[in-house]
Design a protein around this ligand. Structure first.
Ligand code: NDP
Length: 327
């Protein structure tokens, strides 16, 4: 038996509880992992609260991320005792996920935990941090260099935002952080933001083209914020869009793209192939200092996960929540 958060749907509404689950109920797959840490991402919040239809099969163990130790493996790729991590691949949506003490997973979904990190630090990064790194990688591949000017990070105090700031400032970009939490200005500057702006400056409907300011943008917010960020991006600037914290809509015009040559890059972490994941994790291992990771993360227990899901959906969480599934 092992402990897990279990989402069930006996009737129209889903229920969620901390449950004792039999090993025999684990899904079929090649590698069994003794989970040490998982996390609460925004998407886990949506899954656990049922606010969006993230979960596609019931009963479901949520948790799109996990890190732990291989317990047994029917795949030649993994040996017992190896430290592994997983981000995405539909785990926690269609296949039982990481908010549990045990998981059974496809071999090709797993990655080695970088030497530098503990399993707890790997989850302090989690999907949010790995997505931030995918965004930075995409901007740099597009030719972005620090001399091009300021980089805007929206949803700055969230998981993606916090780690994007740390990675960009380490790579010598001048970062401007947009946040709804004025009280977090010192936290954001501590991560490397040169300036902090109020997110209300970006969240209302705006003109199709505005004064050019940003060389690049990492946006985890969507909606009017993304539309305004594009409208303020400089000639041939680049915008990486990965989130929808404000909304799924994109009330914009094509003006920034066809008149200023702005590039809008879509970032998906869930099904990203290994050749994108690898450099993103290498950047994290190279550029993210342990002090920054400690600053952005809070460790909670498995029994706290359900309450934390409500908090993250309400936009009340700072940085990253790490779940110690054995606490
Ligand atoms: P968090 O909840 O940690 O951060 C989101 C941040 O957005 C909040 O902290 C808040 O920051 C800001 N925010 C919240 N509500 C609003 C609002 N109504 N209007 C404007 N800003 C708001 O989430 P994550 O960092 O984990 O994820 C961020 C987004 O990225 C989510 O939408 C998530 O689904 C998406 N995502 C997408 C991935 C992909 O593969 N494309 C992977 C990972 C995440 P502040 O208070 O500082 O303004």
């Amino acid at each position: 038996m092992f402990k897990a958060i279990l989402i069930e749907k006996p009737e129209a509404a889903q229920t969620v509880r901390l449950a004792e689950v039999d090993d025999a109920q684990l899904p079929e797959a090649a590698v069994t992992v003794r989970v040490e840490y998982s996390t609460i991402n925004y998407k886990d919040g949506l899954a656990i609260t049922g606010k969006s239809p993230v979960v596609r099969k019931f009963p479901m163990v949520p948790g799109i991320d996990l890190a732990g130790i291989v317990e047994s493996s029917a795949s030649s790729e993994w040996r017992q005792g190896e430290r592994v991590l997983l981000n995405g691949w539909g785990v926690g949506e269609t296949h039982w996920g990481g908010l549990a003490q045990r998981a059974r997973l496809k071999s090709e979904w797993l990655q080695r935990v970088p030497e530098r990190f503990t399993t707890r630090q790997a989850m302090a990064i989690g999907t949010a941090g790995y997505t931030a790194s995918l965004c930075v990688e995409a901007l740099v591949r597009q030719g972005l260099t620090p001399d091009r000017g300021e980089v805007l990070v929206t949803g700055a105090s969230g998981g993606v935002g916090s780690i994007a700031i740390a990675l960009l400032s380490h790579a010598r970009f001048k970062v401007v952080a947009s946040t709804g939490k004025a009280s977090e200005a010192d936290y954001l500057k501590g991560l490397g933001a040169a300036e902090v702006i109020d997110r209300n400056e970006l969240s209302q409907p705006g003109k199709a083209l505005q004064k050019e300011r940003w060389a690049a943008v990492v946006d985890s917010v969507g909606s009017h914020t993304l539309a305004n960020a594009c409208a303020q991006t400089k000639y041939r600037g680049v915008v990486a869009a990965c989130g929808l914290a404000q909304g799924m809509d994109f009330p914009a015009s094509v003006a920034p793209f066809i008149l200023r040559g702005v590039a809008l890059l879509g970032i998906d972490s869930v099904m990203a192939p290994r050749d994108l994941r690898q450099p993103a994790w290498e950047r994290l291992a190279r550029d993210l200092d342990s002090a920054a990771l400690d600053r952005v993360s809070t460790v909670i227990s498995l029994s706290d996960a359900i309450g934390a899901a409500q908090q993250i959906v309400a936009g009340k969480v700072r940085g990253r929540l790490v779940v110690d599934v054995n606490r």
